[in-house]
Design a protein around this ligand. Structure first.
Ligand SMILES: NC(=O)c1ccc[n+]([C@@H]2O[C@H](COP(=O)([O-])OP(=O)(O)OC[C@H]3O[C@@H](n4cnc5c(N)ncnc54)[C@H](OP(=O)(O)O)[C@@H]3O)[C@@H](O)[C@H]2O)c1
Length: 358
């Protein structure tokens, strides 16, 4: 089968279209094979490719199939019959490299077929295309898990940095339409991205290229926020705009030792380079405002993906696609490479998706 992956850590130019064995011999007690129709790209893919994440997310075998987000049709069902052949599904793949198993096709959505643990798979919302469905799992679950952890309440206020990104576009919609926040403020560049954020439910968009949010909302008379959700590694500055008793949750920049352990990081070397939460300057800054600060990693949750599927089906939230690129084309703009270039540029508006079956 055709795959997009890399055979050594390095620059995006290491990503190649190549072939790998169809995933015969998977453990059908809790896995299915998906015929992939579409796969989406995330910043973590760049980190995985560069080798920056290898202490926490080591690659089991090269070539490593890239990407975590998938939508497709069940090609081979699990023995328990939780899913059936031909059923449209979507998932965020969580691999098993940490178990020490050599299953090169296990993690990796950017291929004609992939294997998914049934506990990560959810039926695709019928009103979504495969490309739209593939755009959701990683960013949608991240936004949902942060919002749940943040304690955001109906009528509350939230500041979300990076509103036009994959996570930001989900976070704005969930905060406004599901958690029913009274005030949603975000940062984005003006023009198209500002318009997009407003259409998704942002009440105010601060143009981050011409204004500093910590100044706009940092003054003594400015409104402060119950929750600050950081997707741009700016959580230190959020101490200036969080309410007394509020919460800052970040998903970007350096994680805490506790959070790396929570997602399964066991390497002793982590302790040398990664600080505990209470030692972080972001935590101390938040504490000085009687607020809380935490780093959060996405964890697998079929429940959360099912919840998102329900919100998508009912139209409460919608996918935001920067574009769809063609898996089968080697054209540097229209083909799959164009999707990676766009996503890895950090400038995308929503998600970059690669279509595998048209
Ligand atoms: N901890 C976790 O489990 C987890 C999960 C998901 C993502 N993440 C991390 O969260 C971050 C965001 O992910 P993502 O998927 O949303 O990224 P993304 O889709 O690549 O974000 C791109 C967008 O961010 C905007 N942007 C960049 N810098 C900005 C700034 N300073 N202020 C406002 N907007 C800015 C860009 O707009 P312009 O072009 O206008 O700059 C662009 O629209 C990444 O660092 C990612 O690794 C962590």
């Amino acid at each position: 089968m055709n795959i997009i992956g890399f055979s050594k850590y390095g620059k995006p130019s290491e990503l190649k279209k190549t072939t790998a064995a169809y995933p015969h011999g998977f453990d059908a007690s809790n896995n299915i094979v998906i015929k992939v129709h579409a796969a989406a790209i995330n910043p973590v893919d760049k980190g995985l490719l560069s080798g920056d994440l290898k202490i926490v997310l080591p690659v089991a075998t090269f070539p490593h199939v890239i990407s975590y987000d998938v939508a497709g049709v069940v090609e081979e069902a699990d023995r328990e019959g939780k899913f059936s052949v031909g059923q449209p599904v979507f998932a965020r793949l969580f691999g098993n490299e940490k178990d020490g198993k050599k299953t090169p096709w296990y993690r990796g959505a950017m291929a004609e077929y992939c294997v998914a643990d049934t506990s990560n798979v959810v039926p695709k919302p019928e009103n979504l295309t495969f490309e739209e469905a593939a755009s959701i799992p990683l960013v949608g679950m991240t936004a949902l898990q942060v919002l749940k952890a943040s304690g955001l309440k109906e009528g509350g206020s939230i500041f979300i940095s990076g509103g036009a990104g994959g996570v930001g576009t989900m976070a704005i919609q969930l905060a406004k339409h599901v958690f029913k926040a009274r005030l949603v403020v975000t940062t984005a560049s003006n023009g198209e991205k500002e318009k997009l954020c407003k259409s998704l439910g942002a009440d105010v968009v601060v143009d981050y290229k011409t204004a500093k949010f910590e100044e706009v909302y940092g003054g003594v008379n400015a409104e402060k926020f119950d929750v600050c959700f950081d997707t741009t590694a700016e959580s230190l500055k959020m101490a200036a705009i969080v309410k007394d008793g509020g919460r800052i949750v970040t998903i970007a920049g350096m994680a805490t030792l506790e959070e790396l352990r929570r997602i399964g990081g066991t390497a002793w070397i982590l302790k040398l380079f990664v600080k505990r939460r209470v030692k972080r300057k972001e935590y101390k800054a938040a504490l000085s405002k009687n607020a809380d600060w935490n780093y959060l990693f996405l964890l697998p949750s079929q429940n959360d993906l099912s919840t998102l599927a329900g919100h998508l089906q009912s139209g409460l939230i919608k996918p935001v696609l920067d574009g769809v690129w063609d898996f089968h084309s080697e054209d540097s703009e229209e083909g799959w490479q164009g999707a990676f270039n766009r996503s890895f540029s950090g400038r995308a508006k929503g998600k970059c998706v690669v279509q595998i079956v048209s």
